[in-house]
Design a protein around this ligand. Structure first.
Ligand SMILES: CC(=O)SCCNC(=O)CCNC(=O)[C@H](O)C(C)(C)COP(=O)(O)OP(=O)(O)OC[C@H]1O[C@@H](n2cnc3c(N)ncnc32)[C@H](O)[C@@H]1OP(=O)(O)O
Ligand SMILES: CC(=O)C(=O)O
Length: 530
């Protein structure tokens, strides 16, 4: 029988204490609903005594229904000298109408004496009184022992006495917090084992990632007997973040015999992680274990060759188990295996040992040596393979373009591009003005192509990056242009390299249009010009 671990998500509370992480009350509700559907046991929604947005979240949550999770309101113990029923912070915790509350109190004498400026005995008193007050209001009480490990290292008896005060007052769970994130896994194991001898209610762990040990410390605590783990999706949180649940859950559930969430939900983990970065408006970390875009991306030729024979050679789990997928990258570190794998994905059958594949590998390495970078420009790579294997038909041919940039004494400037392209045997001649030369060229090309391929209006440019390749040549250096384009949520990257920035942009731009047209009009011949 697997040991069951209660997963307590604090993305909406400690997660928002991380730099650049903020959610509206409505965002918090959407996230809470996803966490509930995923199978999280506790969702800490915020601190009602902190701000109106968190209060609004608890109002929204009270109206919503959750199938599995218990919503938790967070706050602190009451102030010394306050009767709990007169303490606004505790009153608001009761008014939040959640089935569970978590309150943090001090375990480290440094904090008792310097931060709260009260005596050790008074601190035990406010812990007891606050927990008892909340229990009298029928709340499940999770007591967070802030700075527990630092407190224990200084005075183990006092640190444990704070837990006993919470336990005696009726707390349902006590949570040992490594608030400063400075404790090491061996110390966590040792201290948790000692605490478990003295405390008779479930014990949890709340770890921070300051030594990059947030996940390791939570695992050490679980292995030593903790049955409740607090953490956040993507590891968001104060300073360097909290235990990353996207790593902790699969570590415990796939690699060890612990049950955190229902097995069938594990494959939703990657989507959950990306949904939350999307709502947070933060770029997902591609190198994030398990759920990152690069977590199963193979680049070295040796790796790809082996993975094609047996996935276990370079993958610690099957990516699909947590909803991620395998990717093969192409670069100058590629071998024949990368090319034949990618070609197969494009629907082109290429024998790994064929001359075609050897030529593509040679050309790829040569182009990368000139500054092209196909890893970020998979659409350009697709065009290259199709051209080199004879399965590509051009949608248009350039006859020529000219760009004029004028600047006058008043400081204003004007840019115009004129261009001639040929589609089948028809020549189209167009001009357009733009904010700059690439914009003008893009507009003129669209204008010309629209007559034959009206769907071209649906695609747009997402990102445009220029990188100087040989800085010592100053303004005469070669440049690499990477363009990211998109249409209806699909995006693709293309690349161009030249000593002339307009020419490099033209290459990346035309690859982008051509790739789009190939996707849209796979079997369609261009119409006659209207
Ligand atoms: C480890 C953690 O992550 S704990 C959670 C930390 N999260 C946050 O702080 C985010 C939300 N915080 C807030 O919105 C505000 O800080 C509030 C509303 C809680 C308090 O605001 P203010 O009343 O203006 O106080 P301020 O933030 O300056 O200082 C915190 C006060 O709480 C006291 N305090 C700290 N911990 C505790 C505790 N466990 N029990 C009682 N009081 C506490 C401090 O001693 C300090 O009191 P003081 O003003 O008498 O010195
Ligand atoms: C309670 C909490 O967030 C901490 O101690 O880090």
């Amino acid at each position: 029988m697997n040991t069951s671990i209660n997963i307590f998500d604090t993305t909406l509370r400690d997660g928002t204490q991380g730099e650049k992480v903020a959610f509206s009350a409505e965002d918090k509700l959407r996230i809470a609903q996803q966490l509930d559907a995923f199978g999280i046991d506790y969702i800490e929604g915020g601190w009602p005594g902190s701000n109106p947005r968190d209060m609004e979240f608890f109002e929204l949550a009270a109206e919503a229904s959750f199938d599995h999770a218990r919503i938790v309101a967070f706050g602190s113990t009451c102030r010394a000298g306050n009767e709990p029923n007169e303490d606004r912070n505790l009153q608001l915790l009761v008014e939040a109408e959640t089935p569970a509350v978590s309150i943090f109190g001090k375990s480290w004498l440094l904090h008792v004496e310097k931060a709260l400026q009260i005596t050790a005995e008074q601190n035990l008193g406010i812990i007891r009184d606050s927990v008892r007050f909340l229990k009298n209001h029928n709340k499940e009480v999770i007591y967070d022992a802030e700075h527990f490990f630092d407190g224990y290292k200084e005075d183990p008896d006092y640190a444990v006495a704070t837990l006993k005060a919470a336990e005696e007052a009726g707390a349902d769970t006590v949570v040992l917090c490594d608030t400063n994130g400075g404790t090491l896994p061996g110390q966590v194991s040792e201290i948790v084992s000692e605490v478990l001898k003295q405390v008779n209610i479930p014990v949890g762990i709340h770890a921070h990632n300051d030594c990059e040990l947030g996940v390791a410390n939570a695992m050490a605590a679980v292995q030593s007997g903790c049955t409740h783990v607090q953490g956040t999706i993507n590891g968001y949180g104060e300073r360097c973040g909290n235990t990353n649940l996207c790593s902790l859950i699969p570590n415990l559930q796939i690699k060890q015999d612990y049950q955190c969430i229902p097995d069938q939900h594990l494959e939703e983990l990657t989507a959950l992680s990306r949904f939350i970065s999307e709502v947070a408006n933060l770029t997902p970390d591609i190198r994030q274990p398990y759920v990152g875009r690069s977590a199963f991306a193979h680049k070295g030729g040796i790796h790809v060759s082996a993975v094609m024979k047996n996935e276990e050679t370079y993958e610690h789990i099957q990516p699909g188990r947590i909803g991620n997928s395998r990717r093969v990258l192409v670069s100058d570190l590629s071998g024949r295996s990368n090319i034949s794998y990618k070609a197969e994905q494009l629907g082109i059958e290429l024998d790994k040992y064929s001359d075609n594949v050897s030529e593509i590998v040679r050309e790829l390495k040569d182009l990368e040596n000139k500054g092209y970078q196909f890893e970020a420009a998979e659409a350009s790579f697709e065009l290259l393979v199709k051209k080199m294997t004879g399965v590509w038909e051009e949608f248009f041919e350039l006859e020529g373009f000219r760009i004029i940039v004028e600047k006058n004494v008043s400081g204003s400037s004007r840019t115009e591009a004129t261009l001639r392209i040929k589609v089948n045997d028809q020549v189209e001649h167009c001009a357009a003005e733009g904010n700059g030369p690439v914009h003008a060229l893009d507009k003129a090309l669209r204008k010309a192509l629209r007559k034959f391929y009206p769907e071209i209006s649906n695609m747009h440019l997402n990102d445009y990056k220029v990188r100087v390749l040989n800085e010592k040549d100053g303004t005469g250096a070669d440049v690499r242009v990477l363009i990211d384009s998109a249409e209806h949520g699909q995006s693709w990257g293309t690349v161009g390299v030249s000593h002339n920035i307009i020419d490099a942009s033209w290459q990346a731009l035309t690859d982008s249009f051509s790739y789009f047209l190939a996707q849209e009009q796979k079997n369609l011949q261009p119409k006659e010009a209207i």
